[in-house]
Design a protein around this ligand. Structure first.
Ligand code: CA2
Length: 152
């Protein structure tokens, strides 16, 4: 069965409660609910997690990657600072998509660089919480294709 882990980094627990002009009004629990419904409809096993700690995010990536699950990751500010997250994705050969609620390229310069993007299959940003839905829709067929391929 295809499995997807949706991983959220620091401050995303505040989603929908502050800065609505940038991040909208949907809470992280609301995002989880939407994705759980999509996962049930698609027959996908979904794990949804949030942490404010970089090392914990590394452990979440390792767990998902080593289990062969796909990763949809909004690493928050660690996107722009963390070599450790990039190494975890590369080191476990995880199939990962980076997502952001806001359009990071329309914001401050320091948000334009991502350490993770080069080791992800793609990046989706700027569509509000629909960025998560788009990433889920993109990753499922990739995982199905990978599952169908016999191991070399
Ligand atoms: O746009 C995104 O999804 C971000 O990953 C959000 C991060 C930010 O550091 C990235 O550059 C882009 C911030 C996490 C969310 O922080 C909030 C703070 C207050 C209210 C709601 C969210």
């Amino acid at each position: 069965m295809v499995a997807v882990h949706v991983l959220n980094g620091p401050n995303l627990n505040l989603l929908g409660t502050r800065e609505p002009a940038t991040y909208g009004a949907v809470t992280l629990a609301g995002v989880e609910e939407r994705l759980k419904a999509k996962a049930v409809a698609a027959g996908v096993e979904l794990t949804f997690r949030q942490t404010n700690y970089e090392g914990e995010l590394v452990s979440f990536i390792q767990q998902a990657g080593l289990a062969g699950a796909g990763i949809v990751i909004n690493a928050g500010a660690y996107t722009h600072t963390s070599v450790a997250l990039r190494d975890a994705i590369k080191g476990t050969e995880a199939l990962a998509i980076e997502v952001h609620v806001s359009n990071v390229h329309a914001r401050e310069e320091f948000r334009h660089h991502s350490y993770m993007a080069p080791v992800c299959v793609g990046v989706i940003c700027g569509f509000g919480v629909a960025s998560y839905d788009l990433a889920f829709d993109a990753i499922v067929p990739l995982l199905q294709k990978r599952l169908a391929k016999p191991a070399a």
